[in-house]
Design a protein around this ligand. Sequence first.
Ligand code: AMP
Length: 374
Amino acid sequence: MVQVLDKSFEVFITRDEIQTEVESLATKINADFEGEDVVFIAVLNGSFMFASDLMKCITLESEISFVKMSSYEGTSTTGKVNELIGLNNNLEGKTVVIVEDIIDTGITIDKIMTLLSMEGAKEVKVCSLLYKPQAFKGTHKPDYIGFSIPNAFVVGYGLDYNEKGRNLDSIYQIKESKSEKSKMLNIVLFGPPGAGKGTQSERLKEKYDLVHISTGDVFRGLDPTSELAILAKSYADKGNLVPDDVTIQILEGEVSKYPDAHGVIYDGFPRTTAQAEALDTFLSSKGTSVTKMISLVVPEDELKSRLISRAEVSGRADDADPVIIQNRINTYKSTTAPVAEFYKGQDKLIEIDGVGSIDEITARIFNAIDSLER
Ligand code: AMP
């Protein structure tokens, strides 16, 4: 067993098992590409150890390049731009083998494939030491797989936990029973505007001793003269979503304020699939995950009348105007509702009837949480 930061890990795949598998992967690649001009592209940081051991067994006349994926904000028309840093080989007409330590959701490899498709390679194959079939949602399943593993948190042999543990020569798995973080109750409380998320969050917070994070409240609580507050208000007042990169950054900053929380209620986040993916990645880097999404189901007419009456007490501009309310509901339907599908795919969606008295709805939510196996 090893300790990395605050967590205990137990051996999952030994160095000998890794070595045997690396040799067998290299044997297949040597056979498949005999006589071809092959460029290996190893994706940093995680793949450095695997790439090094693999290349020692490659007998092809080949090149290797180490690249990093980077994303940055482009112009308003290009949106987020992905870039591969460090690729200086000419791939024209070559066979490319991407070397990855792990393929999890498959999002990174999809982005890399898109970027490489412009380089004129003859063919591009993917070789990953580890592959998580249960987490995979991408379009490029690896062509060469060392080990298919369950959806557990692993570290070592290049893989990190908060940047530590990459130097371990075996692969380790988190020791669930000892990990408090993995037992956290992380609830995404979901539903259209006016579904009662804020009201129910207050009750959940009390009963289960959770931290309540509402991105809407965070935006409204910013110093109103700050650039960020002005930007957020410019979207919120019209009933539009604040851009993902700003919202994700705000959310991560907020969660990081409570390192000892027993759990978190995410209220009003995630509202886009990109936010849901970012939350998964963020929580997984902290050794935890979303426990369940609780989705409050309320018909549209009821939402509208609730929001109009709420406006009298909330004083919120976006609650008072029927045109803005409609825009918020439309944005929910087009952009936010698919997030439920995202969690359904992970078997984490619980739908709750959100019509009835506040107490009745609270009782339904408590029941659902109390019957979770934890
Ligand atoms: P709420 O209080 O949850 O109704 O949020 C009020 C407004 O804040 C929304 O209409 C959005 O403009 C903004 N907002 C809150 N949460 C998010 C989010 N997760 N993504 C984008 N915008 C958000």
